[in-house]
Design a protein around this ligand. Structure first.
Ligand SMILES: [Zn+2]
Ligand SMILES: [Zn+2]
Length: 127
């Protein structure tokens, strides 16, 4: 789903006696990328914004096509898109569909069958 208004990566809040800690996750692989120190803002929106800007955001890239927040390994800096929107010509380390670590180079993911390589073809344009 395209969601260009998505302001942060997926996150969870952990309540601790010192304050709320935020965990930010890659939108494609669901890997835990960073955990903030305890935050103590009165307004939950401010707290999330502060956690994201101070600790989360610099670990992520935003896909200019689908708006997902993703780690460097799943980002194509040539197109400013995630590898799902624009598959890299190099073999990906992780399947963009299911997040499985890829093993031997093949055109399709061994877990879910997602196409990993576009051998010499033009990138398919979503209709
Ligand atoms: Zn994308
Ligand atoms: Zn897969």
């Amino acid at each position: 789903m395209i969601n260009k208004d998505k302001k942060t990566a997926n996150y969870k809040v952990i309540q601790t006696p010192q304050g709320n800690r935020y965990q930010f996750f890659c939108d494609l692989s669901n890997a835990l990328i960073c955990t903030t120190p305890p935050m103590n803002e009165n307004n939950p929106d401010d707290e999330l914004t502060k956690a994201w800007l101070n600790y989360g955001k610099n670990n992520f890239n935003v896909c200019h096509k689908c708006g997902k927040w993703i780690i460097d390994a799943l980002y194509n800096p040539d197109t400013f898109n995630c590898v799902k929107c624009t598959p890299l010509e190099d073999y990906p380390e992780f399947c963009p569909q299911c997040g499985a670590e890829t093993s031997d180079p093949s055109y399709f993911c061994h877990m879910c069958g997602y196409r990993l390589l576009y051998g010499g073809e033009e990138n398919e344009i979503a209709k």
